[in-house]
Each structure stands twice: as structure tokens, then as C-alpha cells.
Ligand binder design. Structure first.
Ligand code: GLY
Ligand code: MN
Ligand code: MN
Length: 436
């Protein structure tokens, strides 16, 4: 049994039962599916990699506190769609106290729930399972508590799981460091290989090839490979335009390793040399990024760091001539949002935008202080639309973001992605060494 599952059991208590479903395959076209991605909460607790399973967790159960319902072994289905662990594998390889075919789940549900005070279940994600549970609850209402003792409190486990997932164990940090290293090396490779005349798609292929060759299961999110003014589109994923001499290239790409995500952005010149205006904007973003990395430390809050990024970038926009006026006013009127319109970072873990509350109390959005074990991205940017008549002409169409993954520690932080250069000189050096 995973340590995470033991901790979860302790938190929900002996009178509770939790039902945590795996993900299902998603249709891509007719009878073919997207590559399967396990539900991160389910994966966190069980490590079980297959679709259509359900974990039933009942800490007070004498014989089997942890039951896995799984797809049964089936030679014909396995010939068509791949191997299955089956009930034996679920017990032997994943530590379930008991394993049952998922085909029996609906019939077993009333027996499972009977006698528990609380049910931990998240409605609104798995519609079929929602219906089964609702059906059970309405049957119980009908019977008026004469023949069974159904749970009377239903609790969404998102909060408990989010808090657990937010604070990474040393083992998780090790996996995240590996995810970070693979992505960092792929970004360095892209810097070395990019040249005018290539296509964004080729850089995407180069990076994702490196991910898979290095043991990552694939991307942690769709890669963003934006040359020229494509970099001003925050979630640009077409990745199919030619890379032009004199343009910048923004790459936001991270891999998934053993379920854990990395998330890195670098922006560099296609031909290996920043122009003066490009470098002016770049250095503004870099300075802010360095300050925000430093501010990602114990005690500071998400809100403070966001406000710091806004203040420093607004100052930077004034310096570049993008905005004019008093910094305070520009912030109050949200003028900065014309060029900086996203958050400075997010939690990172099994999900790229990871679980965990950003609040300490209701209405106090982003008030939460950073604590050791949290991993956050730091990703300020400036995006100057190509048709922005208010911006100096030399800056139009420039989009820059710089993003690292940072682990908060007792006495500061560790930048997990520090090995990809981000200083403009260091980028130029790496792009111009051993090339000709
Ligand atoms: N790549 C997604 C993000 O940076 O949040
Ligand atoms: Mn990113
Ligand atoms: Mn990010």
C-alpha cells in the first residue's frame, strides 16, 4: 500500500468510506481513443495505471480496508486492447487487500456503503458513477433507514487530497527533478538546433522526441512553440509556422515523468543573436523573473508574489515606453493587463496546474503562504501585439515569457529547472557554440 494511501486513510477516519474512480478512455475519433491519462488523485493514492477502475477505501474495515475494482482479465479484449492486471495483479502488484471485477461494482455498492458514517466522493466528474451513487441514495430514502445504515454525510475529498498533493515528499521531489531535468535538456537541445528556415513543428518534434527518448511518458501539456508574433498568443499550439531570421521563438514545453509534470518556458532568437529591442524587452522580463523566483520562499504569499510581478513589470513597461503615468494608477486601472495578463505562476505536481487551495480562508484568494515542499512555477511575461499602435514600433510583435519550476525549502528555494540558461548572453553562447 502506498504511503499516500495510508495517510489518506488516517485523515478520513475509521468510520468513513471513500470512493475514488480512475479515469476512462476518451474517444478521439469513432472507435479510436486519445492516449490514456490516469486521474491524478486516483494515481496518487493507488499508482494503478489502468482505466475504468474504482478504489474503495474503508479504513475501519477489518479484513480489507483497500479494495480495487478493476477490469477483469479477458484474453479476447487483451488481444485487441492490451494487457490487464486483473484482480490478481491488483492485489499482487498494487497492494490491494481485495480486488473485484469492475463488472460487479454496481451490485456491490449498497453493501459497501452500508454502515459508514461518512462517504468521501466527488460528484461532477464521473457521470456514470454519480448516477449509481445517487440511485443508491434515493433507494435508501425510500427504505426510510429501516434496513440499512447509509452514510449521512457526503464529503468532497478534493480538499484533503489537494493538501496532501500540494506538499511534496522527498520521493516526489526526486521524480519532479527528473521531469525537470528531461525538459531542461530538451530546451537546451532546441536552443542548439534552432535556425532560420526551420518550422515550429520541427522544434516541437525535436523536443518531444527527446522527452520520450529520456524515459518521459510524453508531454505534460500541449507544447507551445511560437515563433515571431505567435509568441504573443498565450496558448498558441498550432506549432506549424516557419521560423524567420530576426524573430524570437517562445517555447513552453514540459514533460511528464512517472506521472509528474515539468513546465518550462524559454524565449530566444531564431538566429542566435538578440536584436537590441528584443533584448531590451527580454531583460525587463528576466529581471522580474529573477525577483519572483527569489520571492518564492517560505512565508511569502501567492498574492504578494503576484503583486510583485505586476509592480515590477509595470515599472518595466514604463521604462520601455509601453505605458505612461504613475505606477500606482496604472496598476489600479489594470493598464498593465494590456501586456501582462496572466498569473505569475501556479502549483506544479501530478497536474501541470496542480491541486491545492490558493486560499487560506474564504474570500482571501491567493493569500496562502508558501511552505516547504510546495513546487510552483515562476513565469512572468510581456506580450506586445503586432498591431498595437500605442507601442513603440520596434517592440511590436514581441512576446517573451521565462518560466522555471521552483521548490520551496526551509531556508529558501531550489530552482529545479536552473540548468536551462536564461541570461541573454548565456543563451547566445549556447546557440553559437559548436554550431558552425
Ligand atoms: N504551460 C502551461 C503554463 O505555463 O501554465
Ligand atoms: Mn508553461
Ligand atoms: Mn506554467
Amino acid at each position: 500500500m502506498k504511503k499516500q494511501l495510508k495517510d489518506f486513510m488516517e485523515q478520513i477516519g475509521r468510520d468513513a468510506i471513500a470512493i475514488i474512480p480512475a479515469a476512462h478512455e476518451q474517444t478521439r475519433s469513432y472507435d479510436t481513443e486519445f492516449k490514456f491519462h490516469q486521474d491524478p488523485d486516483f494515481y496518487y493514492l493507488t499508482g494503478f495505471p489502468e482505466p475504468d477502475a474504482v478504489a474503495v477505501i474503508a479504513p475501519g474495515h477489518k479484513k480489507h480496508p483497500y479494495t480495487l475494482f478493476v477490469r477483469p482479465r479477458d484474453p479476447l479484449m487483451e488481444t485487441w486492447y492490451g494487457r490487464r492486471q486483473g484482480v490478481d495483479g491488483a492485489k499482487k502488484n498494487y497492494g490491494a487487500d481485495k480486488a473485484v471485477s469492475i463488472e460487479k461494482f454496481a451490485a456491490e455498492l449498497p453493501k459497501l456503503l452500508n454502515g459508514h458514517e461518512k462517504l468521501y466522493y466527488r460528484f461532477g466528474v464521473d457521470n456514470k458513477l454519480d448516477l449509481l451513487i445517487l440511485q443508491y441514495l434515493s433507494e435508501q430514502r425510500f427504505r426510510r433507514l429501516k434496513t440499512a445504515y447509509p452514510p449521512h454525510t457526503i464529503i468532497d475529498p478534493t480538499l484533503i487530497l489537494g493538501e496532501m498533493r500540494l506538499h511534496k515528499t522527498p520521493e516526489e521531489v526526486e521524480l519532479m527533478q527528473r521531469a525537470a531535468d528531461i525538459a531542461a535538456e530538451a530546451h537546451i537541445l532546441a536552443m542548439r538546433k534552432t535556425e532560420p528556415g526551420m518550422n515550429e513543428s520541427q522544434i516541437e518534434a525535436l523536443i518531444e522526441h527527446y522527452f520520450r527518448m529520456s524515459g518521459a511518458s510524453g508531454v505534460a501539456y500541449n507544447s507551445i512553440i511560437g515563433g515571431g508574433d505567435n509568441a504573443t498568443i498565450l496558448h498558441y499550439v498550432e506549432n506549424n509556422a516557419p521560423l524567420r531570421d530576426g524573430d524570437l521563438l517562445l517555447i513552453d514545453a514540459g514533460c511528464e515523468y512517472e506521472g509528474y509534470a515539468s513546465d518550462i518556458t524559454r524565449t530566444f532568437p531564431v538566429n542566435g543573436r538578440f536584436t537590441k529591442p528584443q533584448r531590451e524587452v527580454y531583460d525587463v522580463v528576466l529581471d522580474v523573473q529573477l525577483e519572483c523566483v527569489a520571492a518564492t520562499k517560505k512565508g511569502n504569499t501567492v498574492k504578494q508574489r503576484q503583486e510583485l510581478s505586476i509592480e515590477l513589470l509595470t515599472e518595466g513597461m514604463k521604462k520601455l515606453g509601453l505605458l505612461k503615468g504613475k505606477t500606482k494608477e496604472l496598476i489600479k486601472k489594470k493598464e498593465f493587463m494590456k501586456y501582462y495578463m496572466h498569473g505569475v505562476g501556479h502549483y506544479l505536481g501530478l497536474d501541470v496546474h496542480d491541486a491545492g487551495r490558493y486560499f487560506t480562508e474564504q474570500q482571501a484568494k491567493n493569500s496562502r503562504p508558501f511552505a516547504p515542499g510546495m513546487v510552483l512555477t515562476v513565469e512572468p511575461g510581456l506580450y506586445i501585439p503586432p498591431d498595437d499602435k500605442d507601442a513603440p514600433a520596434k517592440y511590436r510583435g514581441i512576446g517573451i515569457r521565462i518560466e522555471d519550476d521552483v521548490l520551496v525549502t526551509e531556508d529558501g528555494n531550489v530552482n529545479l529547472t536552473a540548468k536551462v540558461p536564461k541570461d541573454a548572453d548565456a543563451i547566445e553562447e549556447i546557440m553559437n557554440t559548436g554550431r558552425e
